[in-house]
Design a binder for this molecule. Structure first.
Ligand SMILES: *[C@@H]1O[C@H](CO)[C@@H](O)[C@H](O)[C@H]1NC(C)=O
Ligand SMILES: *[C@@H]1O[C@H](CO)[C@@H](O)[C@H](O)[C@H]1NC(C)=O
Length: 336
């Protein structure tokens, strides 16, 4: 078995119980293509090791949380942590901080987003991060716009994976050029947000089928990744598009999108790291690190939904989905 310098097994060799997974799939999914993507996902999941130190499996930042919205950043941060990153930092406004802290002692919460020298203070902590999720619970207070723009530029300078969700997409709509050409950016619009972004960039509505529209927008924006959430999630980096056909449920409770962006924070870091280390082996595949991370996050979110729905039906909430992360993850990605 091939190992890299960290003893981390690469590529196709990480999925030991692939047969168990395959039996849970519908016939459509039991194709070779699915198999390859699935094995790539398994190959990016870091092994737990006694040699690793705290932080190795991810220090993730969530930028968001305002007076009105405290649940969204909590869900994003907590799901990133539950998935398996080591440390999670929330950068929110002053009045959101005590509330978010009270939800969980496991999050580090910095009340800096609306401080007078916000960008400067946040920029001092950001270099410790492995990936950054911007948007959950950000709100639309115009006074935060320049700080958010500054953070986006700073993340680009540091060349980190950057997830743009929720209210940060509102910002991207005003100035799409800020992400143009940044291939470590992942945007997670729903159908309406996607249409708005498309219309802004092309100055007209799209007529094509959604898969083509997503693909062309990614390409036009220089190879960024877009996950268009919908009945089926569409994931594209402009070179290749995949759909996530994992079954969820008809129950759509608030907060699910925050779970997805939190999962993405962790998966995007794992994926970038695995692809960078494995160089030829993984990069020879036609799927990019972002597409693999995106597919993993969509599959996991949907499986959590399905498992919670099976227990609680229409009474399930996003907190119930969080309780299913372990079960969903082990069934989907049975790595040791
Ligand atoms: C926007 O932020 C400013 C500065 O923090 C604050 O004074 C103002 O009340 C906020 N506006 C709204 C509508 O929340
Ligand atoms: C898409 O393909 C082109 C040409 O092979 C490559 O330069 C570019 O980096 C690829 N984009 C992504 C997001 O991987």
């Amino acid at each position: 078995m091939k190992t890299n310098r960290d003893g981390c097994r690469n590529s196709r060799l990480r999925c030991f119980h692939i047969n168990r997974v395959m039996t849970e799939m519908t016939t459509d999914e039991k194709t070779e293509e699915f198999d390859l993507k699935h094995q790539l996902i398994c190959s990016i999941i870091p092994e737990l090791s006694f040699d690793a130190h705290k932080g190795t499996n991810g220090r993730i930042a969530v930028i968001g949380g305002s007076r009105e919205y405290t649940g969204a950043p909590y869900f994003a941060a907590y799901s990133a942590l539950r998935l398996g990153c080591d440390l999670i930092y929330v950068f929110c406004t002053k009045d959101a901080a005590p509330v978010i802290k009270s939800y969980s002692p496991e999050l580090m919460v910095y009340p800096l987003l609306d401080s007078s020298n916000a960008l400067e203070e946040i920029s001092m902590i950001l270099p410790k991060m492995h990936s950054v999720v911007i948007g959950p619970g950000l709100g639309r207070n115009e006074s935060l716009l320049s700080t958010v723009g500054g953070i986006i530029n700073k993340v680009k300078d540091m060349d980190l994976p950057m997830i743009l969700d929720a209210d940060s997409l509102h910002f991207i709509c005003k100035c799409p050029d800020i992400v143009r050409g940044y291939q470590k950016a992942i945007l997670t619009p729903n159908a309406a947000e996607f249409d708005r972004l498309y219309a802004t960039v092309y100055n007209s509505d799209h007529q094509q089928d959604p898969l083509e529209a997503v693909n062309s927008l990614c390409k036009t924006l220089g190879g960024i990744t877009i996950i268009r959430k919908g009945r089926e999630d569409i994931i594209s980096d402009g070179n290749i598009s995949v759909t996530c056909k994992e079954e969820g449920s008809a129950r759509r409770c608030g907060g699910q999108g925050d779970l997805l962006s939190g999962f993405l924070g962790t998966f995007a870091y794992w994926s970038q790291k695995a692809f960078a280390r494995a160089e030829k082996e993984l990069n020879a595949e036609k799927y990019s690190a972002n597409v693999i991370a995106g597919l993993a996050a969509c599959m996991l979110t949907r499986r959590c939904n399905r498992l919670a729905f099976a227990k609680l039906g229409r009474h399930m909430t996003t907190s119930d989905m969080i309780k299913e992360i372990k079960e969903a993850f082990t069934r989907l990605f049975p790595v040791v």
